[in-house]
Write a protein that binds this ligand. Structure first.
Ligand SMILES: O=P(O)(O)OC[C@H]1O[C@](O)(COP(=O)(O)O)[C@@H](O)[C@@H]1O
Length: 325
């Protein structure tokens, strides 16, 4: 298929997205390590929004900073872009890992995913149980319906290594005490992370570099959709199940079109069609370096990807027009 006839979004947009996450990352990085999560988040939101509004799209934020009454900018339903061009759904997190940025710890990111209208799961801001592995494995070797030990053993068998050579990434939360115990009982190792499960999921796609083979556990549903969008571009497997454990959450989800509160979503159900994804490192991480402030320039490290072509680009940018930032 020739490039021009490849179905889906305009591929130029993929590269344009880098500018959006770069700007958000630089704004947040200026406040790295200051202990002020809100200030860093707000700076990233402002920067991402103003850059998004320069893109030739008719975009609607479907995963954003929150409901309209709680988030004045980049709220769910906000229309962004120049108001011309393709109609798209946008999932974004201008600062994924606000606490890690405030503490200047690894793996906080500025992230965005764009897909054709109606292609991203409109997930409410609740928790989601997730499981993810990278590319190159037979389909369905891991499942949210299987016990953790079975998933770990299946993965080790498919990878052709003893279970002791598998590492699972899990958010360090009391709610994961049992999961951690069950994974450790298999002999597998665990990388406990304080925050940032979008990075945690993406890290499964390059275990030789990141040391992570599988992501397991409960994190934010918005972050789950963003991670699924990334995996659609790189390859891999992911499932997510919303944690709709109260009547109020079930009703909120129903309003967003979710009829079965116990449904297990596949990666393709969370992000279908042609998906574009970009992430820029705010703090140094396993895959992306954080923003560097030099005397005469600012350096950013971004990954941009498109599912239709499966192209993955890394962009190291040196920004010399410092007034723009
Ligand atoms: O901290 P909780 O409530 O366990 O939520 C987990 C979620 O929080 C994060 O760690 C960080 O989210 P923020 O960027 O909103 O701070 C996500 O990566 C993760 O999905």
């Amino acid at each position: 298929m020739s490039k021009s006839s490849q179905a889906g979004l305009d591929r130029i947009l993929t590269l344009e997205l880098a500018r959006v996450t770069e700007r958000a990352a630089v704004a947040a990085a200026r406040l790295r390590g200051r202990g002020d999560e809100n200030a860093a988040d707000q700076a990233a939101v402002d920067a991402m929004r103003s850059e998004l509004n320069c893109l030739p799209i008719r975009g609607t934020v479907v995963i954003g900073e929150g409901e309209r009454d709680e988030a004045p900018m980049l709220y769910i339903g906000e229309e962004v872009g120049l108001g011309e061009g393709p109609e798209v759904d946008i999932a974004l997190d201008p600062l994924e890992g606000t606490t890690i940025c405030a503490k200047n710890l690894p793996n906080s990111l500025a992230v965005i995913a764009i897909a054709e209208r109606g292609s991203l799961l409109y997930a409410p801001d609740v928790y989601m149980e997730k499981i993810a592995i990278g590319p190159g494995y037979p389909a369905r070797i891991v499942s949210l319906d299987a016990p953790p030990a079975e998933n770990i053993h299946n993965l080790a068998r498919a990878k052709g290594v003893p279970v002791s050579e598998i590492t699972a990434c899990i958010l360090d939360r009391p709610r994961h005490a049992r999961l951690i115990e069950e994974v450790r009982a298999t002999g597998a190792a665990i990388r406990l992370i304080g925050d940032g499960d979008v990075a945690g999921v993406i890290h499964t796609t390059d275990p030789d570099n990141t040391g992570i083979d599988i992501y397991m556990g409960i994190g934010g549903a918005p972050e789950g959709v963003l991670a699924a969008a990334a995996l659609r571009c790189i390859g891999g497997q992911m499932q997510g199940r919303l944690q709709l454990n109260t009547e109020e959450k079930i009703a909120r989800a129903a309003k967003m079109g979710i009829e079965d509160p116990n449904k297990v979503y596949t990666m393709e159900e969370m992000a279908k069609g042609d998906v574009l994804f970009a992430a820029t490192g705010v703090t140094d991480g396993n895959m992306l370096q954080g923003v560097k402030f030099a005397r005469d320039y600012i350096e950013t490290h971004t990954i941009v990807m498109r599912s239709a072509s499966r192209t993955i680009r890394e962009i190291k940018a040196r920004h010399q027009d410092l007034e723009k930032f």
